[in-house]
Design a protein around this ligand. Sequence first.
Ligand SMILES: CC(C)(COP(=O)(O)OP(=O)(O)OC[C@H]1O[C@@H](n2cnc3c(N)ncnc32)[C@H](O)[C@@H]1OP(=O)(O)O)[C@@H](O)C(=O)NCCC(=O)NCCS
Length: 318
Amino acid sequence: MNIIEKILEKSKKIDATIILPEANIDERVYKAAKILLENNLCKLIVFGTENEFDSTFKSKNCKIIDIKSFPNLKEFANQLYELRKDKGLTRFQAKKLISQPDYFSMMLLKNKIADGVVAGASWTTANTLRPALQIIKTKPGKSIVTGAMLMFKEGKTPLLFADISLIENPTSENLAEIAISSAEFYKKFVGTPKVAMLSYSTNGSAKGELVKKVQDAVAIAKKSCNFLIDGEMQADSALDKQTAKKKGINSAVGGQANVLIFPDLNSGNIGYKLVSRLGGYTPVGPIMLNLNMPVNDLSRGCTVNEIVNTVLLTKILI
Ligand SMILES: CC(C)(COP(=O)(O)OP(=O)(O)OC[C@H]1O[C@@H](n2cnc3c(N)ncnc32)[C@H](O)[C@@H]1OP(=O)(O)O)[C@@H](O)C(=O)NCCC(=O)NCCS
């Protein structure tokens, strides 16, 4: 069994309820929900009216909620207002937002009516993540949420790429936290993390603001954890032992990195897509790390199978 199959097998044994807020508006989510219910893989909450769903959804493992007639809607609007009034949210705005499936999902989660949310097949990443960041917030002891992608290819070491979906221009402190959080995830679910802090420079071969940002991040990360973290280094030094040696990287990370931390969102997002399209790796995720409760974002190009896997992945983060 490969690592992805192992993670998914583990997930199947976890008893959890996941919200799929787009099952009534996106055919792929509807089909994924059916697969999850038919195979007893997960309990679900979907939104809409009974007549929008077939008999598979009328089981004890699925709750269909019509947001407009949800008994606690007013209470949820009040809670949202109280949570966000200091940020300028008015009662009127809270009442309006709570009727939207994205905000309503997060309030169900916050009230522990469900254990996780998977959304974003039909709306943008920002639509899924903004309410999650505002309502669910980061775990105690963490200051940022980051999006990581597990990159898998049969016979190759599984790789974790971060940040690939959330933080446009991370500071050195942000990069250090992204590195540590990614290493924690890798250690928990895959194996011993070897973290490379990527740059266009290796070991001071170039100078400039962008290089210094990564060098500072390495120093901060090394001070705050015992994981194997090294950099700044180029991708070839991270993945090829001989190149690493030639360029003066002698640590256990050089040429053997399995957690790759990108200096910004452009490089992270472009990087995982290139490795997937040209290198034949399968991306699994994105996995949102450090949220108080699991919320995962789908790509609008996602397939039914990817939705099923994202739901299973979300369960292991509970
Ligand atoms: C997620 C995102 C929408 C949030 O930005 P925004 O809507 O402009 O809102 P703000 O920056 O005002 O942040 C909203 C709240 O989230 C918090 N937040 C933003 N990014 C955060 C992060 N990475 N970790 C933790 N909290 C975060 C802010 O502190 C703020 O909290 P507050 O309102 O309680 O003070 C934005 O970072 C974004 O669009 N990122 C890129 C996502 C994307 O398009 N990815 C595409 C590739 S898949």
